[in-house]
Design a protein around this ligand. Structure first.
Ligand SMILES: *[C@@H]1O[C@H](CO)[C@@H](O)[C@H](O)[C@H]1NC(C)=O
Ligand SMILES: *[C@@H]1O[C@H](CO)[C@@H](O)[C@H](O)[C@H]1NC(C)=O
Length: 354
C-alpha cells in the first residue's frame, strides 16, 4: 500500500517534471523562433530575421532600409517579394536555400547598395541584378550551382550597377563571365573556382581594380597562360592573392614569352575605354554635387538676405518710434514744460471728471 503510494507519487513528480521541462523548452525557443525585430542601426531602420527558420518573408515595416534574412529557409524570390520595401539599401540573404530568383524580384530596390546572396544554391541568377542602379557590393560566393546559369547569362553592357566589390568565389566556375566594362570595381574575389582559362583582357576592363583573389583557382591553368594576366597585374599595380606564389618564381615562368607590343596596345585600349567611363561616372557625381552646392548656397544667401531685410525693417521701425519716446522722457526734465504738462493733465482729469 505504502509502496504503491510512493510509486505513484514518483510517477506524478516525473510526469510534472517532464511537462514543465517541455513547456520551458518551448518558452525558451518561441520568442526567438518566430519574430523579426525592428531596430535602428547605423542611423538606418532595419528588420532582423536571421536564423528564424522562416520560409517566407513576413509582413515588415515598409520603411526598412536594412533587411537581414540570413539563415532561413527561403527557396525563391518572386516578382513581388520586395515590392513593399522600396527603401532597402542592405539586403542579406546568405544561408537560405535560394534556387530561383524572378527577373523582377529586385526591380523595386533602386537604392540597394549591398546584396548578399552567398551560401545558397542559385540555379537562376537574373541578368537584372547587374542593372541595379545603386548596387555597389555583390556577394555570390558559395553557390555551387551558379555556374549553370552564369555561363550562359546574357548581360546587357555596360552594366548599370556601379559595382565596387564582386565576390564569385567557390562557385565551380570554369571560365569567368564576360561582364564587359566594370569601371568602379575595386575588389574582385574569384578564388576557389576551377578556372580553365584566364585572360588579361578580362581585368583590363576593370580600371579601378586594386585587389584580386585568385587563390585555389588557377591550378589547372598552364604556367605560361598565366603570364599575360600576372604581367598586367604588375603593370597596373593590382595586388593579387595566391595560395602559392612559388609557381611564379620558377624558371619556367620566367622563360614564358612576354606580351607583345600589340597585345599590350589592345589591353591599353580596353583600359582607356574603362577609364573614360570611370571619369564620366565620377564627373557626373561631382557636377551633381557642385550643382547642389551652388543651389544650396544660393538658397542660403536668399534666406540671409531676407533675414537682413527683415532686421533692417525692424530697426527702422524701432528708430522712428524711439525719438518720440525720448522726447516724452526728456520733457519732464524741462521745467517750463513740466508746468505746461500739468495743466494739460489737469484738463484731462477735469474732462474725465465731467
Ligand atoms: C575570397 O573568398 C574566399 C572564399 O570565399 C575567402 O576565403 C577569402 O578570404 C576571400 N578573399 C578576400 C580578399 O576577401
Ligand atoms: C600601354 O600603357 C603603358 C602604361 O599605361 C605604357 O607604358 C605602354 O607604353 C603602353 N603600351 C602601348 C603599346 O600602348
Amino acid at each position: 500500500m505504502y509502496r504503491v503510494k510512493v510509486d505513484s507519487l514518483m510517477l506524478l513528480l516525473w510526469a510534472s517534471c517532464t511537462v514543465t521541462r517541455g513547456i520551458s523548452d518551448v518558452e525558451v525557443l518561441t520568442p526567438k523562433l518566430t519574430r523579426c525585430s525592428h531596430e535602428r542601426a547605423y542611423d538606418m531602420y532595419g528588420a532582423y530575421c536571421g536564423g528564424l527558420r522562416l520560409d517566407k518573408i513576413p509582413n515588415l515595416k515598409s520603411s526598412i532600409e536594412i533587411l537581414d534574412f540570413s539563415e532561413n529557409r527561403l527557396n525563391e524570390l518572386q516578382a513581388d517579394t520586395f515590392t513593399n520595401y522600396p527603401n532597402i539599401k542592405f539586403l542579406y540573404l546568405t544561408e537560405n536555400q535560394l534556387y530561383r530568383i524572378d527577373k523582377d524580384a529586385f526591380a523595386p530596390l533602386v537604392y540597394l547598395q549591398t546584396l548578399d546572396l552567398s551560401n545558397n544554391v542559385i540555379l537562376e541568377l537574373p541578368e537584372t541584378v547587374f542593372q541595379l542602379p545603386s548596387l555597389r557590393n555583390l556577394y555570390l560566393k558559395n553557390n555551387p550551382l551558379l555556374h549553370l546559369s552564369i555561363s550562359n547569362l546574357e548581360i546587357r553592357k555596360p552594366i548599370k550597377a556601379p559595382l565596387e566589390l564582386l565576390d564569385i568565389s567557390n562557385c565551380k566556375l570554369e571560365r569567368l563571365p564576360n561582364w564587359g566594362t566594370i569601371p568602379n570595381l575595386v575588389k574582385y574575389n574569384i578564388s576557389h573556382n576551377q578556372l580553365k582559362t584566364i585572360e588579361a583582357q578580362h581585368f583590363a576592363s576593370m580600371c579601378a581594380l586594386k585587389k584580386v583573389d585568385i587563390s585555389k583557382s588557377i591550378e589547372e591553368i598552364k604556367t605560361c597562360d598565366l603570364k599575360p594576366t600576372i604581367s598586367w597585374f604588375q603593370i597596373k599595380a593590382i595586388s593579387f592573392e595566391l595560395d602559392d606564389y612559388s609557381k611564379l618564381n620558377t624558371e619556367e615562368f620566367n622563360d614564358c614569352p612576354s606580351m607583345t607590343g600589340n597585345d599590350l596596345e589592345i589591353l591599353n585600349t580596353t583600359h582607356h575605354i574603362c577609364r573614360s567611363m570611370y571619369l564620366k561616372f565620377h564627373n557626373s557625381i561631382t557636377s551633381r554635387r557642385t550643382w547642389l552646392t551652388v543651389i544650396g548656397g544660393l538658397a542660403g544667401f536668399l534666406v540671409c538676405f531676407m533675414l537682413l531685410l527683415y532686421l533692417m525693417h525692424r530697426h527702422n521701425v524701432a528708430q522712428t518710434k524711439e525719438p518720440s519716446e525720448k522726447i516724452k522722457k526728456v520733457t519732464p526734465k524741462n521745467e517750463s514744460d513740466k508746468h505746461a504738462s500739468i495743466p494739460i493733465l489737469n484738463e484731462t482729469s477735469d474732462v474725465s471728471r465731467l
